[in-house]
Design a protein around this ligand. Structure first.
Ligand SMILES: O=C(O)CCC(=O)C(=O)O
Ligand SMILES: [Fe+2]
Length: 195
């Protein structure tokens, strides 16, 4: 059963902070990202057939940092000024350096992300991942890998979801389809990639 949960009730390793970014700053950043970044729609291989992923992606990282995602590598872009500012703030707050940023653009409610854990070897053990949402609010689901217990929350414009500890080891997460959602959403995940 899926239960509607607020911040204190999320499983260990997940924490939700609404309004990290003000409404207007969030809109400005959304405009910046859609206009300035190079967005791609890579194809991934499922049972031998190639399918374009149901969303657009962009990857920003320090020079020499690469992230192999479902058997393909995304083109590396350098930090734009607003993204560099945001990274600096997060690094100061969390006392950790983030050398990579994966961005996903869900053009409307038909774009999705399937169940997965961000547990690639290059993220290291128990990674700290900071996930920032802009644009249309979307449902985010969390599922325990062995018990199957599920949680659901809304990721709102300007919010921050922190994933840490055993969150990737014990749980999967997904962004389900919501056909009624007409607006776009951009999600930014700040990551540390071990070279
Ligand atoms: O769009 C989201 O909120 C989820 C993104 C995500 O899970 C990922 O980039 O690994
Ligand atoms: Fe993820």
């Amino acid at each position: 059963m899926t239960s509607k949960l607020t911040k204190p009730e999320l499983p260990a390793g997940f924490a939700y902070f609404p309004n990290l970014i003000s409404f207007q700053k969030g809109l400005d950043l959304y405009e910046h990202l859609t206009g300035e970044l190079n967005w791609q729609q890579p194809s991934i291989q499922v049972f031998g057939k190639f399918h374009p992923i149901p969303r657009l992606q962009s990857f920003v990282a320090d020079e020499g940092v690469h992230y192999a995602y479902s058997n393909h590598t995304l083109d590396n872009q350098s930090w734009t000024q607003p993204l560099a500012v945001m990274r600096n703030k997060l690094q100061g707050h969390y006392n950790q350096s983030f050398n990579a940023l994966l961005l996903n653009w869900y053009r409307d409610g038909h774009d999705t992300m399937g169940w997965h854990s961000d547990d690639e070897a290059e993220l290291g053990v128990d990674p700290l991942i900071i996930s920032i949402s802009l644009g249309a609010a979307r449902k985010f689901k969390i599922k325990h890998k062995t018990t199957g217990q599920q949680w659901e929350l809304m990721l709102e414009h300007g919010s921050c979801l922190v994933m840490s500890g055993h969150s990737q080891q014990l749980f999967q997460h997904s962004l389900p389809k919501q056909s009624k959602v007409k607006g776009g959403r951009i999600n930014l995940t700040f990551r540390s990639i071990v070279k």
